[in-house]
Write a protein that binds this ligand. Structure first.
Ligand SMILES: Nc1nc2c(c(=O)[nH]1)N[C@H]1C(S)=C(S)[C@@H](COP(=O)(O)OP(=O)(O)OC[C@H]3O[C@@H](n4cnc5c(=O)[nH]c(N)nc54)[C@H](O)[C@@H]3O)O[C@H]1N2
Ligand SMILES: Nc1nc2c(c(=O)[nH]1)N[C@H]1C(S)=C(S)[C@@H](COP(=O)(O)OP(=O)(O)OC[C@H]3O[C@@H](n4cnc5c(=O)[nH]c(N)nc54)[C@H](O)[C@@H]3O)O[C@H]1N2
Ligand code: SF4
Ligand SMILES: [Mo]
Length: 744
């Protein structure tokens, strides 16, 4: 066995050429040197285009370089996604890279409990020694990882392949569980593959746009711009318990009771059937299960739906009429649907609507899940967590054989079962089965549901490694080892956006100190673990992209027609699929299912349904309010680790935590606008400024997820099919804060 320092030198010499001449000698130089991370830009003073690293819209940004480094940016004008626009986060994308709390060197927790700087080789050695010791003592399954939808696909694939095929870890999941698991499972069950079918131009071509549980104006403002470009004077229906910015701009807002959607949409389906507003030809040729669906929805009368939702029967009938008589109806959903204990069946109710009315595969139509993070789609296909690389199944021996053959590894290295889900991994820690955890590019201690439990669970670990851009995240603060990562703009790779468009990101800034691209960290770890041979072909992100192409061959997400990064650049991103030989495209925006063929063996889509269930935590006289959570502003990103670092963005959102409540409730409870209140659930407390507003209904509160303690309140309930947390419903109470509450 080689000494760690020798291993390091070997590994470093193998690193990605574009990372620069990264040698062991350079690594030993003091922080701030930037360890050879030369910028990608070939021309020192030029403009280069890269996709944004925040949301899944995937806007093209033009980076303006001086001496090879980005000194500013502007939105790309010739990019079909954003045609010259960006939201505040995009405009400010370079600022968080310069923050003072960037992780610049590895940190390790010493005997006195403090995180102290440590050389990279010592950090790698600690990772290997501690995780191997845990695995030897407690079995391979005693180490797990939690990943992300915010690093490039090439990095996700490297992480998933190293952890599963190299370290022998079986359980790895990611923050996409918190976000897209429901849509992924719903599509897979109904369409036979996780395949959002649309292109953004569908927003522009619909005559009826239905947005369910989506606050597009705030969460995807550039997609809202596509809606605004629609020349057909579309009906815009928003289904949301809050009168959001998007609802205010709708032609019809159905302000339903939280979590009553399933009953609503079954009643809509029933109404369509009773009126004959169906596409019988499409149903017969391309779907299965219609008779069963019709029987299931028969009892869902307008009266029953009105009772459950609090909506007028007329309004529900109007929604059915719009969907039933519209020519090009598109149905879109986001977290108001996915983050629910019955999210999968609700997403499928929306898919059923599109299918039975033949609103799929044509311009302006579709059952369209809008993704959240910049690369949630890459994570869904290539992170090797729930599905095997390329959207395959771990439990299928043929799939395992194919992947083993493509990667040139022994099939025994591929686990024959999928990973436990995020919540089950944390349960595993609680049960003492999982002792070591590696968290990459997600901030569990802030974003996971029922935060007190989550933090307690993380503290029980024998060894917690956190790989992040910043040392100050709630999760990094409880780590035993922090690995400093380069962020967006400091490395290259690809992201897949909501409309399946693969876009390129580029290295235009030096990472600070000794921070390394996640890809390089995974490569070093693979060498240090002693499995570097498995990854000889994985020399740099573009080489991995070529491997991903092979992994996609023959799959619905086949991208063998994309030659290389240069082609992605030239075409301003390319949607999957693009099979070999298909590389001359008639148009840049394409949708799936134009031929009505779905990915099940019989080519038909399944119409799936289930009985609505009661909410997991109903309100009581003691906890009489329903708490809703979600995005608060276009300038805040999730747990704020990046957006809080921009002075410009900080001016665009309330810096203090706040809670929206109805003016009626505020008056009844003697709560003054702007005063401090305490929101309490059975699990924790949240101190916030009261913001009385008609956006929320009496009996409901809304708290943006961006503030550190929002998830103290949430109730851990999960969808049984997708295991996605039901973040958007729990029982709370609210009262004015007293002096004694100052420290909450
Ligand atoms: N500025 C900004 N943009 C972002 C993000 C960010 O953090 N900041 N995050 C990105 C990510 S990862 C994601 S996943 C997306 C999320 O994007 P969205 O899902 O659009 O955002 P949310 O605010 O989480 O939830 C949307 C709406 O669901 C509603 N809702 C709650 N309960 C129900 C219900 O029972 N039924 C219905 N019909 N609606 C309900 C809420 O009132 C809310 O208005 O945003 C992405 N874009
Ligand atoms: N109550 C409530 N909770 C929610 C939600 C809600 O609606 N309500 N929404 C959920 C949803 S949809 C989501 S997606 C999650 C998001 O939850 P998180 O994933 O926890 O949120 P982020 O703040 O985006 O965390 C990403 C982390 O990765 C780091 N990072 C960024 N880029 C890189 C990189 O290139 N490399 C490395 N190594 N690190 C990097 C950032 O500094 C940050 O610490 O929150 C979920 N939590
Ligand atoms: S809309 Fe999303 S992708 Fe576009 S600039 Fe804003 S954060 Fe970036
Ligand atoms: Mo998300």
């Amino acid at each position: 066995m080689k000494a760690p320092r020798e291993l390091m030198a070997d590994a470093l010499s193998l690193l990605h050429q574009k990372e620069g001449p990264l040698t062991a000698e350079l690594l030993r130089k003091p922080a701030g040197f930037g360890i050879g991370q030369v910028p990608l830009a070939k021309q020192p003073d030029a403009t280069t285009t890269a996709v944004c690293g925040f949301c899944s819209t995937g806007c093209g940004l033009e980076l303006h370089l001086k001496d090879g480094e980005a000194i500013g940016l502007s939105p790309a004008r010739d990019y079909s996604v954003n045609f010259g626009m960006a939201c505040p986060k995009g405009w400010e994308a370079l600022t968080p890279l310069k923050a003072k709390d960037r992780a610049t060197v590895p940190l390790i927790r010493n005997e006195r409990g403090a995180l102290v700087p440590v050389a990279w080789d010592r950090a790698l050695e600690a990772f290997v020694r501690r995780f191997k010791a845990i695995q030897e003592k407690h079995g391979k399954d005693s180490v797990a990882w939690l990943g992300t939808g915010q690093i490039p696909t090439e990095e996700l694939a490297m992480l998933g392949a190293f952890a599963k095929f190299g370290m022998g870890v079986v359980h790895g999941d990611g923050n996409t569980r918190q976000c897209m698991a429901t849509a992924a499972v719903a599509y897979k069950q109904a369409f036979g593959f996780d395949a959002p079918p649309y292109a953004y131009e569908d927003f522009e071509q619909s005559d009826v746009i239905v947005l369910v549980g989506s606050n597009l104006c705030i969460a995807h403002p550039i997609l809202w711009e596509h809606v605004c470009r629609n020349p057909h004077q579309p009906e815009i229906v928003v289904v949301d318990p809050r009168r959001t910015e998007t609802a205010m701009n709708a032609t019809l807002h159905l302000q339903l009771a939280p979590k009553s959607d399933l009953t609503l949409f079954y009643a809509v389906i029933q109404h369509l059937i009773s009126r004959g507003w169906l596409d019988r030809e499409f149903i017969d040729a391309h779907t299965s299960g219609f008779e069963e669906l019709a029987r299931h929805v028969a009892p869902f009368t307008l009266a029953r739906a009105a009772e459950a939702t609090g909506l007028a029967q007329d309004a529900i009938a109007r929604l059915a009429q719009l969907i039933g008589t519209g020519k090009r109806v598109s149905i879109w959903w986001t977290m108001g649907v996915n983050q629910s204990y019955e999210g999968v069946r609700l997403a499928q109710a929306l898919m059923n609507l599109a299918l039975i009315t033949g609103n799929i595969g044509r311009p302006g139509t579709g059952a369209n899940s809008i993704t959240g993070q910049c690369n949630a789609m890459g994570s869904r296909l290539f992170s090797n967590t729930t599905s095997l690389l390329g959207g395959r199944d771990f439990s299928n021996p043929e799939h395992r054989a194919t992947v083993a053959q493509i990667l040139g590894i022994s099939q025994e290295r591929i686990p024959d079962r999928p990973s436990l889900a995020y919540d089950q991994i944390l349960e595993g820690v609680l049960a003492g089965k999982i002792k070591g955890l590696w968290i990459v590019a997600t901030n569990t201690a802030h974003s996971w549901i029922n935060q007190n439990d989550a933090v307690d669970i993380l503290k029980r670990l024998d060894f917690l490694v956190v790989q992040d851009m910043y040392t100050t995240t709630e999760t990094a603060r409880v780590a035993h080892l922090v690995l400093p990562a380069a962020g967006w703009g400091e490395k290259e790779g690809t992201f897949i956006n909501s409309e399946r468009r693969i876009g390129l990101l580029k290295k235009v800034v030096r990472a600070p100190g000794e921070a390394l691209a996640d890809f390089s960290i995974f490569k070093l770890l693979a060498e240090a673990w002693g499995v570097g041979d498995l990854f000889r072909r994985w020399t740099d992100p573009e080489a991995v992209f070529q491997i991903l192409k092979e992994l996609s061959r023959g799959q619905p997400c086949d991208i063998t027609g994309i030659e290389d990064y240069a082609m992605l650049d030239d075409r301003r991103g390319i949607q999957w699929p693009l099979r070999a030989g298909e590389n001359v495209l008639p148009q840049s925006q394409r949708r799936l299912f134009a031929d009505g063929r779905f990915f099940h063996a019989d080519g038909k889509a399944r119409l799936l349904f289930d009985a609505p269930r009661p909410v997991p935590e109903a309100t009581t006289p003691e906890y009489p309010f329903v708490l809703l959570t979600g995005r608060g502003s276009s300038s805040q990103w999730h747990t704020g680790t990046r957006t809080e670092k921009s002075a410009v963005l900080r001016r665009l959102y309330p810096n203090e935590p706040y809670v929206e409540l109805s003016p009626t409730d505020a008056e009844r409870l003697s709560i003054q606008p702007g005063s401090w209140v305490i929101v309490e659930s059975r699990r924790g407390q949240f101190r916030a400024r009261a913001h009385p507003t008609h956006v929320v209904r009496p009996g409901q509160l809304f708290v943006p997820m961006h503030y550190a303690k929002a998830n103290q309140l949430t109730f851990p309930a999960f969808d049984p099919h997708s295991r996605q947390p039901s973040y958007k419903h729990c029982a709370v109470r609210v009262r004015p804060a007293e002096a004694a509450d100052q420290l909450v």
